[in-house]
Design a protein around this ligand. Structure first.
Ligand code: GLA
Length: 739
């Protein structure tokens, strides 16, 4: 890994064995972008790359190359990186190279989550300063290359070094010019209860954008853009992507211009955004992580998984095995009291559950979602002794105790709102739109962050609380802050998220041993920004096994298994009413951080036995289910979507677990061989079907056979008993045979 500067042709080359990123200072001082992707040899000039296009721009650019920091109004008519309004009203900029500095390691970004290194030898960073003379605006570009990883971290600071106020109207964390448009754009989109479905479509001339204008990254689109060649598969071919380490409103866009090149950009959502930079002020933009793979989409996922698990997630829980939990929500909703919870917990302990989580409804007078958010005091009607004796009783059963909170919110029916109505985001003199009967607190105000830190810390100190589920159940409307002047209202969304991060930082620093799980109406803020604070996220409120196949598949394109909370719930399922076998529900929820979300007192003896076996099976293989290399085999988004298959493999490739799911049973089953990936071809594996799902065995197979010929899936008989019928799952445990 190195960053090479060739003074002769003013070229910067970030390279390691897996990736190259190349830029060059053009003759007019602008930064030209030459290449991102396959590793190229150092010691060479690549100035000719990109030089063949854009002669139409020669009016200003002088050299026909793609640009690293494009701005509007100077002959590059594509989407810009920055729009900065100057006192004259003009947004024309002339950002010229001033200098650069290469440093070992990677600096942290002020106020923002980012990837990090534990030793300076893990990475190198170059900081390139560019400056617009007339306005005094500086754009400082930071690029980091990591040892052995096919990724580049990119961030930018905009600094006003001039003497007059500037207003930033658009600011992208990354812009990437590519020399062609022979790509499929892959996006992870959906809505509540069906987050991060995979959508892929060819790039066409013009712009294609996704994003959020809600103040949160959202259920609708994940802050990521992926490109794959039409022939790229999970295991082969070129793919690249940009993922944004941010949890607020964002924009991600691809533009194909008339000569067939593509520009990608990702960053803060410009709609409604305006950030004033007074002389001497700076604005640091969120980090973007660019990843490249020559080994298909799977290679791209491998890169993001490893980086996000190892160098974005932080704290003691990053590497710890995560407990199997029982969450009270779907089991009892708001209807509980101390004795009932202890009964539930007793039944849970008997199943092998390790952590009992009390969800919504324990504070204020919250018997429904119509009140009490903001009043973080125990509801003595339900828990007369408070949280401490409850936690004590649960710990006495051999489990840890966890709690749900939603700090960023306030109910209009709450004491907090009565005392501080102006702490809720809204426009003075206009009604505030309620969503789930609640309003969003204005975390751009330091006093609100201070208050919440005190209130939540008080709760966490009041009892033996080992886990927190931090929820966020609505997005922002009427975006206005009573604390910001009129000419700074366009800063609210970003300032609010900076306040959210500040609160997360303070609480996670103060309670390092608490395991935090983030949540936003399920997976409405499943993004890299929050992964930096909470190593796991509630993937979706949809706990139906069939729906979860698509949600977890899509999520896995970017996020590792250790980040995905996955629960087994009761049937008929509470979101879709579907009835699926208990074994299938577990076989899906195993791939991630396993939990149960049901009332264990209502289980039959047979179900109890089955769940006990499931948890025992999972606990023995927890390292694989939570930390193995996740390999996608058959996509629920392809073909007719009836089959899904995936696997997880240990780092030494000696152990793996393979899963195959089939939604609807069909007569006259076809021959079905599942080619595996990631195994060692030279090893022999014992393949043992999980006792709860059908299959003969154990059988012995060479790794080479499993990789090239495949694992033969015995036909599942037609839905007549004793066949498994619809929504079947099969799970195979693979272990290398010694000798
Ligand atoms: C959100 C979460 C659920 C649950 C409820 C409680 O919807 O996603 O898991 O915690 O809130 O109100």
């Amino acid at each position: 890994m190195a960053i090479e500067w060739r003074a002769a042709d003013r070229q910067l080359h970030l390279h390691n064995a897996a990736v190259s990123y190349l830029l060059r200072v053009l003759d007019n001082g602008w930064l030209g972008h030459l290449h991102f992707g396959a590793p190229l040899a150092p010691g060479r000039s690549y100035g000719h790359l990109g030089a063949e296009r854009f002669d139409g721009f020669s009016n200003r650019v002088g050299e026909p190359v793609p640009l690293e920091l494009p701005t509007p109004g100077s002959g590059d008519y594509r989407v810009p990186a920055f729009v900065v309004e100057q006192p004259s009203g003009s947004t024309v900029l002339d950002l010229r190279y001033v200098g650069h500095e290469v440093r070992p390691g990677k600096p942290a970004l002020p106020g923002l989550p980012s990837t990090y290194v534990e030793a300076d030898s893990e990475a190198q960073t170059v900081e390139v300063t560019t400056r617009d003379g007339p306005s005094g605006l500086e754009a400082i570009l930071r690029l980091t290359i990591f040892e052995g990883r096919p990724v580049i971290a990119r961030s930018v600071t905009l600094a006003n070094r001039g003497s007059e106020r500037l207003v930033v109207r658009a600011a992208m964390s990354a812009v990437l010019d590519l020399p062609d448009h022979d790509w499929l754009l892959v996006q992870l989109s959906g809505t509540w209860a069906r987050e991060r479905h995979v959508h892929a479509a060819p790039l066409l001339p013009g712009r294609r954008s996704i994003g959020s204008v809600r103040g949160a990254s959202g259920h609708e689109h994940n802050p990521v853009l992926l490109l794959r060649r039409p022939a790229t598969t999970e295991e082969a071919g070129e793919a690249l992507g940009i993922s944004l380490v941010y949890s607020g409103s964002f924009l991600a866009e691809a533009e194909v211009e008339p000569r067939g090149t593509t520009r990608l950009r990702i960053g803060l959502q410009p709609d409604g955004f305006a950030w004033a930079l007074e002389p001497g002020e700076e604005l640091t933009l969120p980090e973007a992580i660019l990843a490249w793979s020559g080994q298909g989409l799977g290679g791209l996922s491998d890169a993001w998984h490893a980086l996000y698990r190892e160098r974005l997630a932080r704290g003691p829980w990053r590497d710890r095995p995560r407990p199997v939990l029982l969450n009270s929500w779907e089991g009892v909703y708001f209807d509980f009291d101390h004795p009932r919870l202890v009964e539930m917990a007793r039944a849970a302990a008997d199943l092998g559950i390790e952590l009992f989580v009390l969800d919504d409804g324990w504070f204020g007078e919250r018997d429904s979602d119509t009140s009490s958010l903001g009043d973080w005091v125990v509801d003595r009607r339900k828990l007369p002794g408070g949280l401490a004796p409850l936690a004590h009783d649960i710990e006495a059963l051999g489990m840890r105790f966890g709690l749900w909170i939603e700090p960023e919110m306030v109910s209009p029916r709450s004491r907090l709102f009565a005392e501080h109505p102006d702490w809720a985001i809204g426009v003075t003199g206009r009604p505030r739109t309620e969503s789930r009967n609640q309003l969003v607190l204005d975390l751009s105000r330091p006093e609100v962050v201070d208050h919440l830190e005190t209130a939540i810390a008080g709760v966490l100190e009041s009892a033996a609380i080992s886990y927190v589920k931090w929820d966020m159940n609505r997005t922002i409307t009427e975006p206005a802050s009573a604390a910001l002047p009129a000419d700074r209202q366009g800063e609210l969304f970003h300032r609010h998220i900076l306040g959210v991060y500040e609160l997360w930082r303070r609480l996670t620093d103060r309670f390092p041993d608490v395991l935090f799980e983030s949540c936003a109406g399920g997976g409405g803020r499943f993004d890299p920004g929050l992964l930096a604070f909470a190593p796991q996220t509630w993937t979706s409120d949809d706990t139906d096994a069939a729906e979860r196949l698509r949600i977890q598949w899509g999520t896995s394109l970017v996020y590792p298994l250790s980040a995905m909370g996955a629960h087994v719930s009761a049937v008929p399922n509470h979101q879709v009413g579907r009835v699926t076998p208990l074994a299938t529900r577990a076989a899906v929820a195993f791939f991630g951080v396993l939990g149960y979300e049901l009332d264990p007192r209502r289980l039959s003896d047979a179900e109890r036995r089955e769940i006990r076996d499931q948890i025992a099976f999972y606990r023995l293989r927890r390292d694989l289910f939570q930390g193995g290399r996740f390999v996608r085999l058959r996509s629920p988004f392809e073909s007719d979507g009836n089959e899904t298959a995936w696997m997880t493999v240990s780092a030494d490739r000696r152990r793996a677990i393979v899963a195959h799911y089939r939604l609807l049973a069909r007569p006259v089953p076809e021959v079905n061989r599942l080619r595996l990936r990631g195994l060692d071809p030279a090893l022999t594996y014992r393949v043992t079907p999980w006792a709860a799902t059908p299959g003969p065995g154990p059988t012995l197979h060479g790794g080479d056979e499993l990789l090239t010929v495949g694992l033969t899936l015995e036909p599942i008989a037609a839905p007549a008993p004793p066949g498994p019928g619809d929504f079947s799952a099969r799970l195979f445990d693979l272990e290398a045979v010694v000798g």
